[in-house]
Ligand binder design. Structure first.
Ligand code: GLC
Length: 439
């Protein structure tokens, strides 16, 4: 490790120490004081380089929030002091929710298999087998839930029922899907009247981070309305898939699932666990499912509406994520790498922006509408490596580490000047920087 990298490495460890809560790590002490699903996975991937016990614990702690039907919630609420968030989700309206802890009622990208696998790589064989055995039940039940509850057409593509499930909360593709819905009068009224002060009272983010860097008030109101529908249906997927909107077969989620399934097979093999046939059949379908999301006209991958099958043709960073999936052809991967390297779109001074800079929806400051994020860079780097684009992977890795070294451990960054935005001391930025330095 270079001397300059050692300084970043130590800084990153400090962030992860500050955000540690005994058995799990919060994404950010101020802004996100609970446990988030894919955050914990990214965090464990960093922790494995210096504290294997804690890395294992980070993942084991996710089991506490798992629902009886296998669902892993995107948020497990731990802090009694901030019960408002937990009450907002009110998970106990579902018979499947755990009774001893409050959680959200929706999930997040299935990074768990990758995280378990990556932590396992650092363990000695016997310990690895034990750890895999400890996690396999939770993991299998989660993947089974995805297929049983969220793949109504048996297409191999999982459907999402709320933008938060993608982890890319206000990405233009979600805003397009939400803005075409018709909302009741009170939602429209709140938006017209712009009850900014009233609503901001309930928002933690805009009291801590500049308003122009966060999801807009009017979008937040619509998201809140959709969440209320999910609650009305008691988080029952079958009813929701039938009655609620939008329902989207989302690209990042499904790309991550393709690789997760591969990892699940490896973990099961080492744990001596035989995966049920019906699960294997569905997993096989997923492997080829990304082809359905390819648009030959614009030569890009997109998410699509589950019901109509119509592609949501909004260019976002999601279009590059099939690289991480690993199931597309090398030729297609090369085409995506060509798009990645375009300086007028995905490769400005501080790549990779969450929306290409030449898109009408691009905004360099706002959350998932343009800023560069370390987790999506990390996913792309893994994909570049696996497809043999080693120079591109090395370049992006170097630029990502430099971005964090200069900008700090922020949640996201301006793709133009590299300035840090959103929450400071953000856990996955720290953890994945540690991983990039060490791999
Ligand atoms: C935001 C992000 C989401 C993340 C969460 C906690 O909601 O969009 O991906 O998991 O914050 O960090």
């Amino acid at each position: 490790m270079l001397k300059s990298q050692n300084k970043i490495y130590l800084g990153a460890r400090k962030v992860l120490q500050q955000n540690f809560r005994g058995s799990y790590t919060v994404p950010s002490s101020e802004l996100y004081p609970h446990q988030w699903l894919w955050d914990s996975c990214f965090i464990a991937i960093g922790l494995r380089h210096y504290d294997l016990q804690r890395a294992k614990q980070e993942l084991i702690s996710l089991k506490r929030g798992q629902w009886k039907n296998g669902m892993l919630p995107n948020i497990t609420f731990h802090s009694e002091a901030l019960n408002f968030d937990g009450d907002l989700w009110d998970s106990r309206i579902s018979n499947f929710a755990p009774s001893d802890v409050k959680t959200s009622g929706i999930t997040q990208p299935p990074m768990l298999a990758e995280a378990i696998y990556q932590v396992g790589l650092k363990l000695k064989e016997q310990q690895r087998i034990e750890f895999y055995k400890e996690m396999i039940g939770c993991l299998v039940r989660y993947h089974q839930w995805l297929y049983l509850e969220r793949d109504p057409k048996s297409s191999g593509l999982i459907s999402l029922v709320h933008p938060y499930e993608s982890g890319l909360d206000n990405s233009p593709l979600w805003l397009a899907a939400v803005h075409r819905l018709r909302f009741p009068w009170w939602v429209r009224f709140l938006k017209i009247k712009n009850f900014r002060k009233f609503f901001n009272y309930f928002r933690r983010d805009t009291t801590r981070v500049a308003e122009n860097e966060r999801i807009s008030l009017s979008d937040a109101v619509e998201y809140f309305y959709i969440l209320n529908k999910l609650k009305k249906y008691k988080y029952d997927s079958r009813t929701i898939l039938h009655k609620s909107r939008p329902i989207v077969e989302e690209l990042v989620f499904n790309s991550i699932l393709v690789r997760a399934n591969q990892r699940l097979k490896l973990i099961a093999r080492e744990a001596g666990y035989s995966l049920p046939r019906h699960l294997l059949d569905r997993m096989r379908k997923t492997e080829h499912s990304l082809d359905k999301l390819w648009d030959s006209e614009t030569r890009q991958y997109y998410s699509r509406y589950m019901r109509s099958g119509k592609l949501i043709k909004r260019p976002t960073i999601s279009s590059l994520l099939p690289l991480y999936a690993g199931s597309i052809t090398r030729k297609r991967a090369a085409e995506l790498v060509g798009q990645l390297k375009d300086h007028t779109a995905f490769y400005p001074h501080f790549p990779v922006p969450s929306v290409p800079i030449n898109s009408k929806s691009f905004n360099p400051d706002n959350f998932w509408q343009g800023p560069t994020w370390v987790n999506t860079n990390w996913l792309i780097i893994q994909g570049l490596r696996d497809y043999g684009f080693h120079k591109e992977a090395r370049d992006l890795k170097r630029q990502t580490i430099q971005l964090v070294a200069d900008g700090g451990f922020y949640e996201y960054f301006s793709p133009f000047d590299g300035s840090g935005k959103g929450a400071p001391n953000f856990s996955w930025t720290a953890a994945l920087t540690i991983d990039l330095i060490n791999t």
